[in-house]
Design a protein around this ligand. Sequence first.
Ligand SMILES: Nc1ncnc2c1ncn2[C@@H]1O[C@H](COP(=O)(O)OP(=O)(O)OP(=O)(O)O)[C@@H](O)[C@H]1O
Length: 595
Amino acid sequence: MLTRPNLVVVLFFTLLLGCLLALPFVAGPYPVKLMTRIVIIATFVLSLDLLIGVTGLVSFGHAAFFGCGAYAVYFVSPEAEAANVIVALGAGLLAGGLAALVVGAFATLTRGFYFIMVTLAAGQMLFALFHDTDIAKGSDGAYINVKPELTLAGLTLLDFSDRRQFYYVCVVVLIAAYGLLLALVRSPFGRVLQGIRANEVRMSSLGYDTYRYKLAAFTIAGMVAGLAGALFASIDGFVTPDLLNWHQSGLAIMMVVLGGAGTLFGPILGALAYSSLEELLKTASIVGSFVADHWRLGTGATLIAAVLMSPDGLAGLLNWRRKQPQATPARPPADEPQRPAKTAKALATNHLSKNFNGIAAVSDVTVTFEPNKVHAIIGPNGAGKTTFTNLLSGALPASAGSVQIDELDVTGWPAYRIARAGLGRSYQRTNIFPRFTVRENCALAAQLDKGALWRLRDAPYRTREQAAVDRALRVAGLADRGDTIAGRMSNGEQRQLEIAMLIASGADLLILDEPLAGMGPEETQRVVALLRDLVRDHTVIVIEHDMDAVFAAADTLTVLVQGKLFARGRPDEIRRNEAVLEAYLGHHAKMKESA
Ligand SMILES: Nc1ncnc2c1ncn2[C@@H]1O[C@H](COP(=O)(O)OP(=O)(O)OP(=O)(O)O)[C@@H](O)[C@H]1O
């Protein structure tokens, strides 16, 4: 997750800030105007990093919101008078945010390439709106005759036509935007965005409505881009449809990558470096006319070289990213004080079925999983076990039948709602946030505050959540692994972490898909003990192929064969069931041995 900048970075940026503030006193009008432009572009690029680097949304239409902000200033500016600075900037911010809200409402329904395509297409539609119609003088662009001013009782407090004043306003806006976005990214809301970037499926199954979070991030980024656009319109008092064009979005993506996506101020560095480089390569008196005539070749080659040399961008060169702590060897679980017993939730299905193009993966299964028990679901490969659990957790919609958690009918609910109803699940393949620490993984699960999208402060819940994380790590036997990067732990420990996350989330109905996969005998023993311990306050449904472990851990066994409920009973009953032995024997000789 985004961490505090190290000393080198702080010193570097303090120096940079000093240079920015001193510039108007030591340089002439041209460098000040050039730096004003760079500072505005940096604000725009910073807003894009909230999407690309923080949330993992590669938007190819972000310039459209920048352009909408610029045009908003044109629309609120009277013909022969100055617009109020607050009205002009506010209009830019709102225009960018509103456009982003509308585009984002569709775009954030999609993922990956489709998201890129939708943002690109929507951006080009907005470009066409200004380019092909007369709402703002079409492709020629439009002039803002008098630049915005702020007057109070006849006294002019701010005048954007004063280069120095305007420059300082732009610097202040950049610093404020950086500060606000940094605070946002470090807040519980921002941690969810980072979780979505790392593993959106996992976030949904933890109970987060990822659509709402992505849309919120998209809109905030659009607002900041719109604000930057409003400032940009005030540089020359001229707006053109090109501001919205896709190549501006492409340029901004390049600056984000060059600076270091996900660091927030790497992209500021990227904007500064790219714009300075472009300016340098265009100056024939310094680089010669040949280079100046072909400056794009120069910027392209430099970008490629920079990315190859430092994949983490310029921020990476400043060692912006956190050093990952070394993995520590696995230790036995810490002793856990006795937890009070608690009645957990029950789960029931009624004639539940799922067809895939005519294949009945799950067929008419009616079963009740009683509370505070370990229920194992077993069956040969392809029996429908995973499909069945996907129906229970909302990962797949049922073709027929219903699912109930206690008295609540959750049939057709999306995964995140079912998770909020108390059902947590782990996956056949380990599904964690590998770059986050163990504690951060659990904290993301623990901070799920039902229904609260805009949680910006840790404070009111910090103690409760830390206690939940500590408890989950203790129960799962990971108490001494909190600071380890999750992806560096052994497979067995990662499986334990999945269980810890479910416990931290407060789920009391746990579905564990092959929790023992890839584990050695010692780890298996530990997890079996953990399952037995969990039933004190959880209902556990486990799919598992290791029959010794199943018989050691389970209170009931549900046997699925060809999608149908084949048998159900206590372990000793299933052991003696000839039909089960017959149907399952070919796949699991081990089961017979253990019988
Ligand atoms: N998305 C899908 N599209 C089409 N068929 C599917 C899909 N998912 C599962 N199936 C089919 O449904 C049947 C049940 O598969 P499922 O993965 O649920 O079985 P399983 O018991 O979990 O198997 P395993 O133990 O190997 O994981 C199989 O025939 C499988 O090919």
